[in-house]
Design a protein around this ligand. Structure first.
Ligand code: GDP
Ligand code: IMO
Ligand code: MG
Length: 432
């Protein structure tokens, strides 16, 4: 028995959805432990495309238990719509196959409004973060501020009224300052009472279910969202998301002990992308960057924004491998690099004439860091759809091996197209 945590090791969109879907064949339980519907995970199965935001990617496989843990922030209206659209694609979702932790915070319409109002008003020192506008940050603020409404509160009208009252004292004051209308309490309560049964049918003491699953020897796959460089503590703050996204969060985010984790798989794109604002040392503003974006179809799943693209940054990935205790990586989108004459890998930074092997924390220093590159020969052959090492050109293998050396972590899986089965297994993360 082994339990596996999947985390993004860059700025998100590394291909977590594809890898989680692929691995979930080997798992019994697939659990989201942080983030919300800011995530956009794309699965391609025999040409059919599934786009998931709040639901765990394992939901597409029949006979598995999908779990939304307490570390997640959940927009109930979005979830109901997402369930309906995934059902339309022929996926079965029932209270037996989907469970939501009773202590999960709920994203309210006012969280999204606040998120978007702040972004719209951001200038100068209040610089835009480039959020997804889905209320993620404001909901996490309310959770820590002890004024969030949680799944279990939906079950009792008197509790719900108290919770809403407490939240609105805060939000109406804030809204007045931002020039937003006060919230209509009765209308909000009516909306909540209407959606309550839809959500409550999936509500469960997830901590208990997870501990029982563990004791029964079930295999648990933890599905991370976002990427380590968007982590609230270790990311490029303040241009980050509002949750801990690193592997340490997996246990807290569902109610298991940290000893439940046996293997941490970092998902790593063979180059780098970022959507939203913030530092990005290896970003390209030239034809190579355009080529990565076009070949990689680098457009955000959630907002449709063009993703910024750049060379592989081994210094950053070495750093995120350390922070999450990554045992092995799944290297994705290698095929996007087909046809380059030369590739570059960032191996460290030059900061005011001094060589650094990590990205410093201070924003001014980050801005002055100049990437130090190593050049590596590209390949002209196609790697798209390769399902074994033997199908890869020697130069591509050399590129992968060099990445392993630089990040000090082995490749466990290699992905060569969006399709589920175009995946090379090197080490099974679930193996004992
Ligand atoms: P996630 O947020 O980490 O789940 O990643 P996204 O789904 O937002 O973005 C990754 C995109 O790359 C999706 O459109 C995937 O279908 C696609 N993808 C995943 N792995 C590969 C791969 O190996 N090669 C190519 N070309 N595309 C891939
Ligand atoms: P997946 O799971 C890429 C980014 C946003 C913004 C910042 C804060 O698909 O990898 P938020 O709405 O979370 O407050 O936005 O974080 N961001 C992501 N970038 N992939 C994601 O998820 C992201 N989720 C949030 O673009 O820069
Ligand atoms: Mg994504």
């Amino acid at each position: 028995m082994a339990n596996v945590v999947v985390v993004g090791a860059q700025w998100g969109d590394e291909g977590k959805g594809k890898i989680v879907d692929w691995l979930s064949e080997r798992a019994d339980v697939i659990a989201r432990f942080q983030g919300g519907h800011n995530a956009g995970h794309t699965l391609v199965i025999s040409g059919k495309v599934y786009k998931l935001n709040a639901l765990p990617s394992g939901v597409v496989r029949g006979g598995k238990l999908s779990v939304i843990g307490n570390g997640v922030v959940l927009d109930p209206w979005h979830l109901v719509k997402e369930i309906a659209s995934i059902r339309e694609q022929g996926v079965e979702i029932t209270p037996e196959t989907l469970m939501i932790a009773e202590n999960t915070p709920l994203i309210m319409p006012y969280h999204g409004e606040l998120d978007r109002a702040r972004e719209a008003q951001a200038t100068g020192s209040k610089a835009k973060i480039g959020t997804t506008g889905r209320g993620i940050g404001p909901c996490y603020e309310d959770k820590v501020g002890r004024r969030v409404i949680r799944v279990a509160d939906l079950a009792d009208a008197a509790t719900l009224e108290l919770r809403v009252e407490r939240a609105l004292v805060h939000h109406n004051a804030l809204r007045a300052g931002l020039g937003l209308e006060p919230i209509d309490t009765d209308a909000l309560l009516a909306q909540l009472k209407e959606i309550a049964p839809e959500i409550l049918q999936y509500a469960a003491p997830v901590w208990k279910v997870m501990n029982e699953a563990r004791r029964a020897g079930k295999r648990i796959l933890f599905e991370g969202a976002q990427g380590s460089l968007l982590d609230i503590d270790f990311g490029t703050y303040p241009f980050v998301t509002s949750s801990n996204v690193i592997a340490g969060q997996a246990a807290t985010g569902v109610g298991l002990g940290p000893n439940a984790i046996d293997f941490v798989l970092g998902i790593v794109k063979a180059y780098t992308t970022r959507v939203g604002e913030g530092p990005f040392p290896t970003e390209l503003h030239d034809a190579d960057g355009e080529r990565l974006g076009t070949r990689g179809h680098e457009f955000g799943t959630v907002t449709g924004r063009k993703r910024r693209c750049g060379w592989f940054d081994a210094a950053l990935v070495r750093q995120t491998c350390a922070i999450s205790g990554i045992n092995g990586i799944a290297l994705t989108k290698l095929d996007v690099l087909d046809g380059f004459d030369t590739l570059k890998i960032c191996v460290g930074y030059d900061l005011d004439g001094k060589r650094l092997d990590y990205l410093p924390t201070a924003a001014d220093q980050q801005a002055r860091c100049v990437p130090v590159y190593e050049e590596i020969e590209g390949w002209q052959e196609s790697t798209e759809g390769a399902r074994s090492w033997a199908e890869l050109p020697a130069a591509a293998i050399k590129y992968v091996r060099r990445i392993e050396e630089l990040i000090q972590c082995p490749v466990a899986l290699l992905s060569t197209s969006p399709e589920r089965d175009d995946t090379i297994l090197v080490t099974d993360p679930f193996a004992d």
